[in-house]
Design a protein around this ligand. Structure first.
Ligand code: FES
Length: 195
C-alpha cells in the first residue's frame, strides 16, 4: 500500500514538474518574439519570414546552420544580429530596445550591456578625467556583435549567410549555443562560474 502511495506521489510530482517546464519554455515567447525556420534560396539568402509578420511581431528568432540570430523591426527598419550577447551569451532576443544617445540599442537582459542595432557596437558610459568638469558620455567599444545583412524581396525577409573572414566577439557564444535552440535560455553549466 505504501509503495502505491509513493508511486502515485512520484507521478504527481513529475506531472507538476512537466507543467512548470512547459510554462517556463512558453515564457521564451515574451516580447512578441517568434521562431522562424530557415530555408535557403539558390543564391544563398536565408528566408527568415514574411515582412508583414515580422513588422507585427517586432522580433523573430531564426537559425542559420544552427546559429541563433534575432531579427528586430524597430522604427521602420529591420536589423539582424547574433542572438547571443558577446559578453557572456545572454539571449538578446529577450532584451528591451532603448534609444541611447540617438542610437537604437538592444539591452542584454543578463547584465544590461548595450549594443547598437545598426552596427553591433558595444556602448559604455565613460568620463574623461582630463576634462575640467568630467561628465559621463557614451562611448563605443567597437563592433562586438555580429550583424547580419538583411534583404527584403517580394514581401519576404532574408538574411545573408555570415562572412567568417571577419570575426566578432559574439562568434564565441554563437558557437557555444549552436543547436541549443531558442529554448536554451539558461547558461551552459561550464559558464555559471563566470558571472
Ligand atoms: S551576457 Fe549580455 S551583458 Fe552579460
Amino acid at each position: 500500500m505504501l509503495d502505491l502511495i509513493i508511486l502515485t506521489l512520484h507521478f504527481f510530482i513529475c506531472f507538476l514538474i512537466s507543467i512548470a517546464i512547459w510554462y517556463g519554455l512558453k515564457d521564451v515567447d515574451s516580447h512578441s518574439s517568434s521562431t522562424a525556420g530557415a530555408e535557403m534560396r539558390p543564391d544563398g539568402l536565408v528566408f527568415i519570414g514574411k515582412e508583414d509578420d515580422i513588422k507585427k511581431s517586432q522580433r523573430i528568432t531564426a537559425k542559420i546552420d544552427g546559429r541563433e540570430i534575432v531579427v528586430f523591426y524597430h522604427e521602420g527598419k529591420f536589423h539582424a544580429l547574433d542572438s547571443r550577447c558577446y559578453h557572456e551569451g545572454g539571449p538578446l532576443c529577450r532584451g528591451e530596445i532603448e534609444d541611447i544617445d540617438g542610437q537604437a540599442c538592444i539591452v542584454c537582459p543578463w547584465h544590461k550591456f548595450k549594443i547598437t542595432l545598426e552596427t553591433g557596437e558595444g556602448l559604455y558610459e565613460g568620463i574623461n578625467p582630463q576634462e575640467p568638469s568630467p561628465t559621463p558620455k557614451w562611448q563605443s567599444k567597437g563592433v562586438k556583435q555580429r550583424i547580419h545583412k538583411i534583404t527584403i524581396d517580394n514581401g519576404n525577409v532574408y538574411v545573408s549567410p555570415p562572412d567568417f573572414s571577419v570575426s566578432f566577439d559574439s562568434d564565441y557564444y554563437a558557437e557555444i549555443y549552436k543547436n541549443g535552440g531558442e529554448l536554451a535560455i539558461a547558461k551552459p553549466s561550464h559558464l555559471e562560474a563566470t558571472e
